[in-house]
Design a binder for this molecule. Structure first.
Ligand SMILES: Cc1ncc(COP(=O)(O)O)c(C=O)c1O
Length: 500
């Protein structure tokens, strides 16, 4: 059926014409004037929300199923009014929101957005361009080139690195490892991995503290979990380069093919920083691709006196830093850099006829990763960088680290609490450890109960990890609105609820 006749079939007897009239074109049930009115209403709502995020319980108090129960099982057959939709947003959706914008959000890493980032995101939604090819929106491609180069300069990375924006660090790390595999020149792209007598099993290395995305990449890329070797860490949770070297040696001897090391700058549990210079030496010697996961910690290099966090990273083959983690850019936005763009493109470029263009020597970002369709993420990052300025961004990051050190000092000074890791960046690992209680199971029970009690207050949200088998509470500062008073409040809540 051609397009013409299918359109006619969709409007028999003019019945659907009435529906089409009511939901004309991109306006849905609105007209341009109503769009303007509701748009202003929504912006007003956002402004009030951002100014008063503390009004809400930071962790949603709902139980599983509470939201779904209030929603119809099937979609509406006819248009609903925007008033009704916005009323349900308030009534049904909002109570089920955990407020990442709340300055008391200290769990995980606070992916903190910001007002300029929201405006950029809004315009990107309005333009709704797909930046797969240069011609599908030259500005999307060229702005991405520019902001990625700005960010490269901001973190002090060498100009040999070229960047591409992906959705998440998990995907950035996945494409890094795919490029590492391609760099082997063993025809994996063409022939795959399975059933190949000519190809040893591939081995990928990271520390015991690396993010689970590394192992997931191993699963996706065919090395399997068995192909991911986790290197022990030192007493500050940093990868041991001597044990990495021994592991590579041993693997080569028994027939593995080492192809990639992922070092982390700012591990998820403790924000420890792997010794990248020593790891880079080894990777250079062994001709192994070095990828640096700086998803959270890499941003600290924007602060001039903290630039050392990326020491050695100029010698890496690729690196990821996440503007959506610690650069006040709404999720999602991950910045991936490599010095081997040709290898990355060799891994991923596949151009069918319908995507060919005669634009000459232009960059088509579809060649730089897995996905074809790409959101215009550079726009919000551009808004954020311009609106804060590099010094403004550095000031926030610096302050987060200062307040984290302050909090660590309070923990250290209290005999009922114990700090469980150094504080190189803006997260503090600790536990309640009342004198006379040394049984690990009892300490775990006390601390998990404390965490539940603290989170139930709605004033702060903390998460946990395990370090050397010890149940560990984490307070990670990354929200753009978090100030010392919020951390002091968290400390008061913790002390008030810590009971045996
Ligand atoms: C060190 C590190 N790497 C990677 C990730 C994954 O980030 P994303 O959610 O962008 O995939 C995280 C998430 O917290 C992380 O802490």
């Amino acid at each position: 059926m051609d397009i013409q006749s299918s359109a006619q079939a969709a409007v028999p007897g003019g019945v659907d014409r009435a529906v089409l009239g009511a939901v004309s074109q991109g306006w849905g049930g609105l007209d341009p004037e109503q769009f303007r009115i509701y748009g202003k209403q929504v912006i007003d709502w956002i402004a009030d929300y951002l100014a008063n995020a503390e009004r809400y319980p930071v962790l949603s108090p709902l139980n599983p199923g509470d939201v779904k129960r209030q929603l119809p099982a099937g979609p509406p057959q006819t248009p609903e009014s925007m008033d009704a939709i916005l009323a349900d947003f308030d009534r049904v959706i909002l109570p089920g929101i955990t407020h990442w914008n709340h300055p008391g959000f200290f769990a995980y890493f606070a992916i903190s957005g910001s007002a300029p980032g929201i405006l950029g995101e809004l315009l990107s939604a309005a333009l709704n361009v797909n930046g797969m090819l240069w011609r599908t929106s030259p500005a999307a491609t060229e702005l991405e080139d520019v902001v990625m180069d700005w960010l490269r300069q901001m973190i002090g990375l060498s100009p040999v690195f070229e960047g591409v924006i992906t959705d998440t660090a998990s995907v950035s790390t996945l494409i890094a490892i795919a490029a590492a595999r391609e760099a082997l020149d063993r025809r994996v792209r063409e022939d795959g991995l399975a059933g190949r007598a000519d190809l040893p099993r591939l081995r990928l290395y990271c520390s015991e503290q690396a993010h689970s995305s590394v192992e997931k990449a191993g699963i996706v890329l065919g090395s399997g979990q068995a192909g991911v070797r986790k290197i022990p860490v030192d007493d500050e949770f940093r990868m041991r380069p001597d044990l990495l070297a021994a592991a590579v040696d041993e693997d080569r001897r028994v027939g593995w093919l080492p192809f990639c090391v992922v070092a982390t700058v700012g591990t998820t549990s403790t924000t420890s920083i792997d010794p990248v210079p020593a790891i880079a030496d080894l990777c250079g010697r062994e001709r192994i691709w070095l990828h640096v996961d700086g998803a959270y910690g890499g941003m600290a290099a924007i602060v001039p006196e903290m630039r050392h966090v990326l020491d050695g990273c100029d010698r890496a083959d690729s690196i990821v830093v996440n503007p959506h983690k610690w650069l006040f850019t709404p999720i999602d936005c991950s910045a991936f850099y490599t010095r081997h763009v040709d290898t990355l493109k060799r891994a991923f470029s596949l151009v069918p006829e319908y995507l060919r263009s005669a634009d000459g020597d232009v960059k088509n970002y579809m060649d730089y990763g897995i996905q074809l369709g790409r959101r215009f993420r550079a726009l919000k990052l551009w808004f954020v960088i311009r609106s804060y300025g590099v010094e403004g961004l550095a000031a926030h990051l610096r302050e987060h680290c200062r307040v984290a050190r302050e909090f660590a000092g309070w923990i250290d000074a209290d005999p009922s609490f114990e700090r469980l890791a150094p504080v190189p960046l803006s997260a503090v690992c600790f536990r309640y450890h009342p004198q006379g209680v040394d049984d690990e199971a009892e300490l775990e029970r006390l601390n998990s109960r404390l965490l539940d009690a603290v989170n139930a207050t709605g004033r702060v949200f903390l998460s946990h990890t395990k370090l050397n088998g010890k149940y560990t509470v984490r307070l990670a500062i990354g929200n753009v609105g978090t100030m010392e008073k919020h951390v002091a409040q968290a400390w008061d809540v913790l002390k008030g609820l810590a009971v045996r």
